[in-house]
Design a protein around this ligand. Structure first.
Ligand code: HEM
Length: 450
């Protein structure tokens, strides 16, 4: 199987530190097809990413409305419920209510047709690429209108705004040149790890169930994948104030409380491997090899990593039994990046700036992967024996039974701790579901032959 014609950043993350997410709408479909034909040579594919790392990258994805605007017949997109509906229409299901509800999202992050993602390893390279792209797109002859430009940047040491090392636990993909390193992939029946079927991430290939996920008909269904984009604002002051207060009440360190909520230490080391204090840093190459080599079977009651911690919910590994077989159909390739400047260290009151995570993930099924994880594992505690408790970081505002009442979190242990009801640390500011076509799909779109 050749992976060459899949767009870049899917099979293998770029690990570039600077990005611009450019949201746009189609004004003149014929002109956009012309622009796309011309841009094709500049789009980054998996094959562009060999020994020579490009200085900057360009990728393009389309919403359902975007594909229709470009003349794709609707019947070619049947059976794609969540994609067709769009993220805003799925708000109730994924918990985007109250302050996260789509009617509070800024207009420019709603009803978009295209997402152009630029990344680069230096700010200078990004600036150059951005200037060129915006100049081209601001010419009415491109047929596009830019609705929103969102810069993003990796924070020092690869940390997200709450202070945790992020992005290194990813599934290994069968046929890709990397992995599986232990813990990336899926558990084997007896021991070890194996890579996950390509069809879990790329349309048109067999998935872990031996079938291919529903895909657009024709060229758009080849070498393509679905992309979830969510602008998630993080209230860092509130997070710090909460963890400090709970630490005071329970006579613990705030970093310990925060680590128990996330399920890893700030430096990325696992609570299962290092229950009493941080182990080696995630940025250390040797530690990185081992950083995912743990199972929750070694910590069945959550005394090391709480049953409701973010990483344990988001990928329960073997925690649901059956050698991890219940989790392998719900894996996400995460490729997000932080936006906004970090809050000053130690500050626990808001500074008025906006910051958060441009959450991006890829997968062959929006329903079975992103939406399932968001709703069943982050938005509810039932399957973990935690009632209706939600994820301490990233749950939606409502749970399965439609309640928006804040809930606490239990830190299991010989003497369990009960954290006070969790305020909202993360608010959805906008987002959408996109299709990221492969080379053939892009060519067909440019030629109007979809
Ligand atoms: C602002 C919101 C969020 C923050 C701050 C956050 C933070 C983190 C951190 C620090 C990690 C551990 C590092 C790693 O494993 O790479 C992690 C892991 C993960 N997160 Fe999030 N996250 C957020 C939202 C989400 C959402 C919305 C989802 C899915 C719907 C999600 C899914 C995952 C998954 C699948 C893992 C990997 C777990 C594993 O493989 O062990 N996260 N997150």
């Amino acid at each position: 199987v050749s992976l060459d014609d899949i767009q870049g950043n899917v099979i293998c993350g770029y690990a570039n530190d600077h990005a611009h997410y450019v949201f746009a709408r189609v004004i003149d479909p014929a002109a956009v097809r012309g622009w796309l034909g011309e841009a094709l040579g500049r789009i980054t594919f998996n094959s562009s990413w060999g020994a020579h790392r490009p200085e900057h990258t360009l990728n393009v994805a389309f919403t359902h409305a975007g594909l229709l605007a470009l003349g794709v017949p609707d019947e070619r997109l049947h059976g794609l419920g969540a994609f067709r509906a769009g993220m805003a229409a799925r708000a109730e299901l994924i918990g985007d209510a109250a302050e996260s509800a789509p009617d509070t999202w800024p207009q420019e992050l709603r009803g978009n047709h295209l997402l152009l993602t630029l990344t680069a390893w230096t700010p200078h390279a990004l600036d150059g690429a951005r200037a060129e792209l915006t100049e081209r797109l601001s010419d009415p002859a491109s047929g596009l209108s830019i609705s929103h430009m969102q810069p993003a940047k990796t924070l020092p040491q690869g940390r997200e705004h709450f202070g945790f090392s992020d992005g290194f636990s990813q599934p290994s993909i069968a046929g890709a040149s990397t992995g599986p390193r232990a813990g990336e992939g899926t558990l084997r029946l007896l021991w070890g790890w194996r890579a996950i079927a390509l069809g879990e991430f790329i349309l048109g290939h067999r998935d872990e169930g031996g079938l291919a996920a529903p895909a657009p008909e024709g060229p758009l269904g080849r070498d393509s994948t679905f992309m979830v984009v969510r602008k998630l604002e993080q209230d860092v002051a509130r997070f710090r104030a909460y963890t400090a207060e709970q630490a005071r009440i329970h006579d613990r360190d705030p970093a310990w409380i925060a680590a128990k909520m996330v399920g890893r230490w700030q430096n990325g080391s696992s609570l299962v491997d290092y229950p009493d204090g941080p182990g080696p840093d995630a940025s250390d190459p040797e530690a990185r090899e081992r950083i995912n080599r743990f199972k929750y079977g070694d910590d069945p009651h959550g005394h090391a990593c709480p049953l409701g911690a973010h990483v344990r919910r988001a990928q329960p590994r073997d925690a649901l039994g059956w050698q991890g077989r219940l989790t392998q159909r719900h894996r996400l390739l995460r490729r997000g990046m932080s936006y906004g400047a970090p809050l000053e260290p130690k500050r626990t009151d808001p500074d008025g700036d906006e910051r958060g995570l441009m959450f991006v993930c890829f997968g062959a099924s929006l329903e079975r992967q992103f939406e399932f994880v968001q709703r069943q594992w982050l938005g509810d505690g039932n399957v973990f024996g935690l009632g209706a408790d939600r994820d301490p970081l990233a749950a939606g505002a409502i749970d399965q039974v439609g309640s928006s009442e804040p809930r606490g979190m239990v830190i299991q242990g010989r003497r369990p701790l009960f954290l006070a009801p969790l305020p909202r640390f993360v608010t959805t500011r906008g987002g959408d579901y996109f299709l990221l076509p492969g080379r053939e799909g892009l060519e067909a779109l440019a030629a109007g032959r979809t």
